[in-house]
Ligand binder design. Structure first.
Ligand code: UGA
Length: 450
């Protein structure tokens, strides 16, 4: 099939590259001409494992092309995925102006009927608005549009794997033709018939994904409901961690045993600095607003958000309790990205921590394997170091902010010797408290006995 993707952010790029790998002809477009220029030089503007390989391979086979000419992309394809950003407005609502602008382009440029698929995260009932917008903007040409909602559940850092081996593909449709067409688009992924870059050379068999067909409203709601539930789980684990600290229990032991119950499952129960990134924080906010507009106070979600915001305060409190005076102290941060295997620092706890430490007069240095360029653009005034050892040298406190794998295997004896004060505050419960104590560190983490 000939498919166009509008918006070359995380979702758009991964969708485009993976659908090309699945055998479709894909044209990706973005109104940021500089980004398209970079992609056309064979460079990927984001750090995402395997994505470069997919983009490169499919560009060479001419299965994947990039253009800033959205009109041409729309005209040349029968199915269009809308993957533009829906960032939060001041009041927590999702900003849908990019969706509206795309609807106008699709409606005015199409000369033949199209399937328009909403992949961006949007509040429920956006599909209805989109359908109306396409009809109004395209009233002169009189071209027919079918619409579908196909929320994306990929996680940054494992996006390619999540797309090619999903546990579910949700499609919200209004008719059987649309359902059939979406089955055809996802056919190779449903059948596992593609050249898997993640598990090459011999991709192990995966369970066939569930193909879930719903109404458009339900599909839109499933996305917000899923992300908000994940946020709830994390906040629950964090509240539990605070309780464990007060009552002398170990949150890891508690959540491990809880997670063995298949009704609970172990994922998303890791306590620490809380959730960040561009999805969970904005989606929980948008869901709260959505409930408000529907005349409902979804207080459960508000509490989860409040607990999450408190994590930064808890981390600062632990640092202050040890350092006593923060002003003039050298704090070294290990990690900046909102989670490992990504360079994304949007709504990352580390970014908020830098802001707070700078405002309290501390000297901040940092190292992150992938996110330093992005952080430099926000905080040019802090010191960026080549590795974790450079950050530790002469520091009064070492703060673990992102659980990159490489931080686990550091030579902690060497770090101990190089620090001005051997204090480690572990915001991700990455290290073993007993080992750190044995090495002589003053070590604090979350919800674990010290
Ligand atoms: C999230 C969802 O997991 C995806 O399913 C969804 O598709 C995506 O949002 C989206 O809406 O596009 P992502 O933001 O990439 O994916 O990251 P997660 O892996 O969900 O992590 C979110 C945050 O929660 C991170 O800051 C992570 O450190 C934190 N977290 C995660 C915890 O604090 N504890 C945990 O146990 C798990």
């Amino acid at each position: 099939m000939r498919i166009s993707i509008i918006g070359c952010g995380y979702v758009g790029l991964v969708t485009g590259a993976c659908l090309a790998e699945a055998g479709h002809e894909v044209v990706c477009t973005d109104n940021d001409a500089a980004k398209i220029g970079v992609l056309n030089q064979g460079r990927i503007p984001i750090y995402e494992p395997h994505l470069d390989q997919l983009v490169d391979g499919n560009r060479k086979k001419e299965k994947l092309v990039f253009t800033d000419n959205a009109s041409e992309a729309v005209r040349s394809s029968s199915a269009i995925f809308i993957c533009v950003g829906t960032p939060p407005l001041e009041n927590g609502d999702a900003d849908l102006s990019a969706i509206d602008a795309v609807a106008r382009v699709i409606a005015t440029e199409s000369a033949s009927p199209k399937l328009v698929i909403e992949k961006s995260t949007v509040p429920v009932q956006t599909g209805q608005q989109l359908k109306q917008a396409l009809a109004v903007y395209g009233r002169k040409a009189g071209v027919g549009f079918r619409i579908a909602s196909n929320p994306e559940f990929l996680r940054e850092g494992t996006a390619v794997e999540d797309f090619l081996h999903p546990d579910r593909i949700v499609v919200g449709v209004e008719d059987e033709t649309t359902e059939r067409e979406l089955r055809e688009i996802y056919g190779p992924i449903l059948d596992g018939k593609f050249n898997c870059p993640v598990h090459n050379p011999s991709c192990p068999p995966h369970e066939q994904p569930n193909f879930v067909v719903t109404t458009i409203n339900s599909a839109e709601l499933i996305k917000h409901a899923s992300n908000s539930f994940l946020a709830l789980k994390i906040s629950y684990a964090n509240a539990l961690a605070d309780m464990c600290e007060r009552l002398g229990a170990n949150v890891e032991e508690v959540t491990r045993a809880m997670g063995l119950d298949p009704r609970i499952r172990p994922e998303f129960l890791r306590a620490g600095l809380g959730f960040g990134g561009f999805c969970l924080p904005k989606d929980i906010q948008a869901f709260i607003r959505l409930a408000e507009r529907a005349g409902m106070d979804f207080a459960l979600l508000k509490e989860a958000e409040r607990i999450n915001k408190q994590r930064i305060a808890r981390f600062l409190e632990k640092t202050r309790n040890s350092l006593w005076v923060v002003k003039g102290k050298r704090v070294g941060m290990l990690g900046l990205a909102f989670k490992p295997n990504t360079d994304d620092i949007r709504f990352a706890p580390g970014i908020e921590l830098i802001r707070r430490f700078l405002s309290e007069g501390a000297f901040v240095s940092a190292y992150d394997p992938a996110a330093m360029d992005k952080a430099r653009a926000i905080f040019p005034e802090i010191s960026y170091r080549q590795n974790a050892y450079e950050v530790a040298k002469g520091a009064d406190a070492l703060l673990i902010v992102t659980e990159w794998q490489e931080f686990r295997g550091l030579d902690w004896e060497r770090i101990y010797d190089s620090m001005a004060r051997p204090l480690v505050i572990d915001g991700r419960n990455l290290l073993d408290p007993a080992v750190m104590a044995r090495l002589g560190f003053e070590y604090h983490s979350f919800g674990r006995p010290e």
